[in-house]
Design a binder for this molecule. Structure first.
Ligand code: AP5
Ligand code: ZN
Length: 205
């Protein structure tokens, strides 16, 4: 399977991508995680972290390079967080075909609540939520015992800016796939288990 997961910040792309990759033995290609691991890398545009902490997009050449390298080594994959503008979508279409393009749809008020309450494992990146997805022991990752932290871009002001950037740059990408007839829309509301069931139906049909 070559799956593209589209959706606004906080739609649950990372959460569902992890489930899909575990279930179908796929690679998880996520520009967000890759950039977080290289936040301080010097590029001709500055460091990725300067853009990310402000909620802005990292320049295309930096992100495209990450995706090319990841696709080279991937057989089946879930792509999450890319493409985020029409230029990236065009670039991607020259690099690979896709079997499923899925749009996780979640209303904006729910997104803000999810993102400001998110906690992530500092070691393995697993997502939690202070209300909706708590670990067994407070502040400790179930998967690896790592410490749970809040992402720097999950403050309310930066979340609002990320949503603005999404509407301006990424919604046209969703429309692009919709017009091409390849978009399948899945509700991202309900529990993570509910959403995953819906995704399974899409992937297996
Ligand atoms: P990135 O890391 O891609 O962030 P994002 O798109 O804003 O997405 P998120 O990770 O915030 O949300 P998600 O949809 O994965 O939701 P999650 O599963 O975590 O990008 C970060 C930054 O990197 C960008 O701002 C940009 O600067 C840069 N960047 C990345 N890619 C780029 C690109 N291609 N081009 C340029 N720049 C790029 O869930 C959110 C929360 O909700 C969690 O707490 C989770 O536990 C909870 N939750 C999940 N599902 C449910 C549910 N069903 N019910 C209740 N709670 C749920
Ligand atoms: Zn962990």
């Amino acid at each position: 399977h070559r799956i593209l997961l589209l959706g606004p910040p906080g739609a649950g792309k990372g959460t569902q991508a992890k489930r899909l990759t575990d279930e179908y033995d796929l690679d998880h290609i996520t520009t967000g995680d890759a950039l977080r691991q290289n936040k301080d890398m010097e590029t001709e545009y500055g460091t990725p972290g300067e853009f990310m902490d402000a909620g802005e997009l990292v320049p295309d050449p930096v992100v495209n390079e990450i995706v090319v390298a990841a696709l080279e080594n991937a057989d089946g994959f879930v792509l999450d967080g890319y493409p985020r503008n029409l230029d990236q979508a065009e670039f991607l279409s020259e690099e690979t075909d896709l079997d499923h393009v899925v749009f996780l749809n979640v209303p904006e008020d729910v997104l803000v609540e999810r993102l400001t309450g998110r906690r992530v494992c500092d070691d393995c990146g697993t997502n939690y939520h202070v209300e909706f997805d708590q670990p067994e022991e407070a502040g400790v990752c179930d998967e690896c015992g790592g410490e749970l932290i809040q992402r720097e871009d999950d403050t309310e002001d930066t979340v609002r800016e990320r949503l603005r950037v999404y509407r301006e740059n990424t919604e046209p990408v969703v429309e692009h796939y919709r017009e091409a007839g390849s978009l399948v829309e899945v509700s991202g509301e309900g529990t993570p288990d509910d959403v995953f069931e819906n995704l399974r139906d899409v992937v297996e049909n």
